[in-house]
Ligand binder design. Structure first.
Ligand code: ADP
Length: 716
């Protein structure tokens, strides 16, 4: 900043110097001509009266020579460029020339001396005139004036003093006073001149700067991509730049004095424009408002507007200044992105719908496969080999069921349909339950299972989903372990309110590259061929944990083992109310319940295979049941017979399970237990069944034990 200021003041000083020297040299034609004329007149008058004619000749010669040499110098100066004129040699030469000229004029009383008083007085007057005249041409530089005045006047005064006559003494005194005032007048003129030069130069440079600014503004105004438009209070256009012409298609002449609204506002945007106008009338500047406009060709465009009211000295709005940027392309891109996002969402939705309907469809045949397999397991006449084949079918069926369930989960998470019920869960309960579930698998694989159930604390999670995640991690730790390896489940307090649950195994471990993709769906790493699995468990676990506001991670060393952990809000030092232990009936050796014979069950099921299955299952459990094919038939049957329980499929022709339950309840029968059999595994389905008036819900494939427990629960 300072350096800029000092630069510009240096620049000004240079200009002043140049101006001075040009003024000094510029005055010479006039002053030299005057000097020649005066010198010739003096010479002419003094001829015959000077003390020595020869001296007078010498004086004239000196004066004319000095003037001649200085004229040549002035001429040479006038031919130089400005830059060359700034050279200090011109200044020095002028100073020396002025000094010599002053000295030459000072020689007049000495060389042109006349003893006659009137002629001497004439010399005196002439010299005083020359000295006074020098004021006008030399005052541009104070030193030059002094250089001329001093030798001229000092020599004159000396001459007067040497004569030593009263007349001369008094005259020398007056001369001294004159010289003093001349010098001080010269000084003042010099100061004023300096000031004038400075002011003029400054004004010039300011004028040039303003001119430049105007030029730049005009250039920007014409070349900016922003349409710059001004209009008066009646909305008539007063300013319309090049960009406005390009954007809206109207030329300057076409637009000026036209109503801005009529010109560029599309009908659809009139409400927005009205709002904008109201804001402007409230003296508000509007920035970044996007309005749909129209071009001369009626083609719609989108513009982003920056508008401000223009006011007069009384603060009354006299017009509007507006800038508009054509953002049609940006807007179209945005719309295209939104459209493609919608399309992607639609495609995703279609995929999710496909997945859920496919898994639903798969559940129906799976119901038959697993159901009949389970029934066959109780068949006493089968050989060991046949039993082993049945086990294989059952295992494969269960794996398929797991896959179907996981795909359903994935689809539901993606659709955003998965709802969690977050609560404080006593870790001891959860650990106990998962231990019971994974112990048989660990035993089968000959692994040590270490699950510490002595936890007091709690975590905040959805109970079912937390169990699902822990089971996934534990079953992986068992599946991907080595012979005689170990699996450990433990929990510890990580931060104030964060609990980390870790599943540590002594398995083969996972390499760093594989860890990058371990949570991606369907990534089975290198386990694909050797160990059964679907590759979606961890991806679902991650999404579930994140939905429960937690995080999941893994660290692993190849050939040493892995640690999968989840972190959830919780505290290990605060005891959460533990759920009363559920009384799960021990698996009975005999399927047939003690008192089944007296109960009549009505089954409503439309699918023939499922009909055979459920009837066989009920028979195996020792129940007698009647079968109908839909809800309407069920209602007909119920007119004549009192049933103790109704097992109904949900989706059936004529009258589905929901409507059937609803009608039964509406008819006033609130006692009959109605149990839904549905292929839909969604919890929402259960809620829907209960809402329709059903008592309970069994998901297909129907597990024999579950069916037995449910029937006993409602028939006992
Ligand atoms: P799945 O076990 O059905 O294949 P997951 O999503 O649960 O699917 O796991 C994905 C992959 O991560 C597995 O196929 C396996 O290769 C690897 N993996 C998971 N847990 C472990 C573990 N404890 N040790 C080694 N590899 C594991």
């Amino acid at each position: 900043m300072d350096s800029t200021r000092s630069n510009s003041s240096d620049h000004l000083d240079q200009h002043i110097k140049l101006e001075e020297i040009r003024l000094l040299y510029g005055g010479t034609p006039f002053s030299y001509t005057a000097s020649i004329v005066i010198a010739l007149i003096i010479y002419n008058i003094l001829i015959g009266h000077a003390a020595s004619q020869q001296n007078l000749n010498v004086w004239l010669f000196i004066i004319l020579s000095v003037l001649f040499i200085r004229s040549i110098d002035s001429y040479r100066f006038s031919k130089r460029t400005k830059q060359q004129q700034l050279d200090s040699s011109w200044r020095i030469r002028f100073f020396i020339g002025t000094g010599i000229a002053g000295f030459s004029w000072g020689l007049l009383p000495w060389l042109g001396y006349s003893a006659e008083v009137e002629y001497f007085s004439f010399i005196l007057v002439c010299l005083v005139g020359v000295i006074a005249g020098s004021l006008s041409t030399l005052a541009y530089r104070w030193e030059t004036l002094a250089l001329f005045l001093l030798p001229a006047s000092v020599l004159l005064i000396l001459r007067l003093l040497i004569e030593d006559k009263n007349f001369f003494t008094a005259t020398s005194f007056v001369l001294l006073v004159f010289i003093f005032f001349s010098l001080s007048a010269g000084r003042k003129i010099f100061n004023n001149t300096q000031q004038n030069i400075r002011l003029r130069l400054e004004a010039d440079s300011r004028e040039r700067a303003i001119e430049l600014m105007h030029q730049k503004q005009a250039l920007h105004l014409q070349n900016t991509p922003l349409a710059i438009i001004e209009f008066d209070i009646d909305l008539n256009v007063t300013e319309w730049n090049k960009a406005a012409e390009t954007i809206f298609g109207y030329s300057h002449t076409e637009a000026i004095d036209e109503n801005i609204m009529r010109l560029i506002l599309s009908r659809d945007s009139s409400i927005e424009a009205e709002k904008l106008w109201q804001r402007l009338l409230n003296y508000e500047a509007v920035t970044g408002t996007v309005i749909e406009n129209k071009k001369k060709s009626k083609e719609p465009i989108f513009c982003e507007w920056f508008v401000t009211p223009l006011t007069d000295e009384k603060n009354e709005i006299v017009g509007i200044a507006a800038m508009a940027l054509d953002i049609t392309e940006k807007k179209q891109n945005e719309l295209a992105i939104i459209k493609s996002k919608e399309e992607a969402e639609k495609a995703n939705q279609a995929k999710s719908d496909f997945l859920s309907s496919m898994s639903h469809e798969l559940r129906t045949p799976l119901n038959a496969i697993l159901g009949f397999t389970q029934l066959l397991k109780y068949e006493k006449t089968l050989t060991d080999k046949q039993q082993s084949h049945i086990s294989e079918i059952s295992n494969a069926g269960n794996l398929l069921l797991e896959l179907v369930n996981q795909i359903l989960d994935l689809a539901r998470i993606e659709k955003g349909h998965l709802q969690l019920s977050m609560e404080k869960i006593a870790l001891a309960d959860c650990f106990k339950e998962v231990r019971a579930m994974v112990s048989p698998l660990a035993e089968k694989n000959d692994l040590t299972l270490d699950i510490n159930i002595e936890n007091n604390g709690y975590v905040v999670a959805d109970y079912t989903r937390l169990k699902q995640v822990m089971l996934n991690l534990l079953s992986n730790a068992i599946k991907y372990n080595i012979e005689h390896g170990s699996v450990c489940l433990k929990a510890f307090q990580k931060d104030n309110d964060i609990v980390r649950i870790s599943v540590i195994d002594s398995g083969k471990g996972i390499s760093q590259e594989q860890l990058q993709e371990i949570f991606l769906p369907f990534s089975r790493l290198n386990a694909a061929s050797s160990i059964e699995g679907t590759g979606i468990g961890l991806s679902i676990s991650k999404q579930l944990v994140e939905m429960m506001n937690g995080s999941i991670g893994v660290s692993s060393t190849v050939n040493e083992g892995s640690e999968f952990w989840i972190e959830l809000t919780g505290n290990l030092n605060i005891t959460a109310a533990s759920e009363p232990e559920k009384m799960t009936s021990p698996p009975s050796h005999s399927l047939v319940s003690e008192s089944t014979a007296n109960h009549t069950i009505l089954v409503a099921e439309d699918n023939p295979t499922n009909q055979t299955l459920i009837m066989s299952q009920l028979e195996a459990l020792g129940y007698t049941a009647e079968l109908v094919e839909n809800g309407q038939e069920a209602l007909n049957k119920m007119v004549n017979t009192d049933y103790q329980l109704l097992l109904t499929d949900c989706n059936m022709p004529l009258l589905d399970g929901y409507k059937l339950a609803q009608t039964i309840r509406e008819r006033g029968d609130h006692e009959l237990p109605i149990v839904a059999l549905t292929a839909d595994a969604f919890p929402e389905k259960k809620a829907e069944c209960l809402k329709a008036g059903m008592t309970d819900h069994i998901t297909k494939p129907v597990d024999l034990q579950t069916l037995k427990d449910t029937l006993e629960k409602y028939l006992s």
